[in-house]
Design a protein around this ligand. Structure first.
Ligand code: PMP
Length: 288
């Protein structure tokens, strides 16, 4: 399996502070601020048939995430878009996942890091379906309140509770964890937003303490274009039992039907199928 090839031992090129370096040489020193203090933001994007879906939105989010952590990514949206496209082309992929990342360097090693250089790298690799037969279980951690962390940044530090929660779910035989927010409302999985179909309407949690995913926003637009009513609101976990269909959305996850949440079970239904088709068509609209 390709996933078992370690990520630091592959062929290819990584864009690193404006230049392409051979994949295996794209290294950091162990004393890197981003590693010790999580002063690091990143993106996850997918390229479909040679076009990165919503590339500029992702570039803008990388810049915004950096600002939420108090640093300026030293490239514009246009420069990031061009660098990502060049990386995909250099790797010769038509369909792949793209991972831009920005982090504070090694110039200072302490909580204060005002003088550190902001580094940027872009890698891409082939990555198929993120989830298979997805079953969720309640997470061990909740999403933090907006006054306790920069909750709208796609920041490395916020994934600490995601990896712990996902590992705990996997240990119980589930594919991922369903995280509640600090008030006890349904929030998201460890890497995707969630939607419920209740009596023909789409219900999804208000993104007031987690990432308002680019795929989430796309799916809301697709649903509205189909005349499906979309309700963004606080959702109590008890309401999961009322849903006829549940699916999650994310760049890696795309649209994935959820087949169980602990003891509750769900089938892939007509609304999910319609949106899956529309999403598939939209991501490839440039070659249609
Ligand atoms: N929430 C979390 C925690 C994520 O990691 C992701 C994936 N980036 C999402 C939601 C979905 O975001 P997007 O659709 O922009 O990929």
């Amino acid at each position: 399996m390709a996933d078992l090839v370690p990520f630091d031992d592959r062929d290819g090129w990584i864009w690193f502070n404006g230049e392409f370096v051979p994949w295996r040489e794209a290294k950091l020193h162990v004393l890197t601020h981003g590693l010790h203090y999580a002063s690091c933001v990143f993106e996850g994007e997918r390229c479909y048939e040679g076009r990165i879906f919503k590339s500029s939105e992702h570039s803008q989010r990388l810049i915004d995430s950096g600002r939420m952590l108090g640093f300026e990514v030293p490239y514009t949206v246009a420069e990031l878009d061009a660098a990502k496209a060049a990386t995909v082309a250099k790797m010769g992929f038509k369909n792949c996942y793209v991972r831009p990342i920005a982090w504070r360097g090694s110039e200072q090693m302490g909580v204060s890091a005002q003088q550190t250089r902001i580094n940027v790298a872009i890698a891409c690799w082939e990555w198929g379906a993120y989830y298979r037969d997805l079953r969720l279980t309640r997470a061990v951690y909740d999403r933090p309140a907006p006054n306790t962390a920069p909750v709208h940044a796609k920041a490395a530090g916020l994934y600490m509770i995601c990896t712990i929660s996902k590992h705990a779910a996997e240990a119980k035989g589930f594919g991922d964890a369903l995280m509640l927010d600090w008030r006890g409302y349904v929030a998201e999985t460890t890497g995707a937003n969630i939607f419920l179909v209740i009596d023909g309407k789409l219900h999804t949690p208000k993104p007031d303490c987690f990432l308002n995913g680019i795929t989430r926003q796309t799916v809301i637009e697709l649903a509205k274009a189909r005349g499906i009513e979309v309700v963004e609101r606080h959702i109590k976990p008890e309401e999961l039992a009322r849903a006829q269909e549940i699916f999650v959305t994310g760049t890696a996850a795309e649209i994935t039907p959820v087949h169980a949440i602990d003891d509750l079970t769900y089938q892939t239904g007509p609304v999910t199928r319609l949106l899956l088709d529309d999403f598939h068509r939209l991501t490839r609209s440039h070659v249609a």
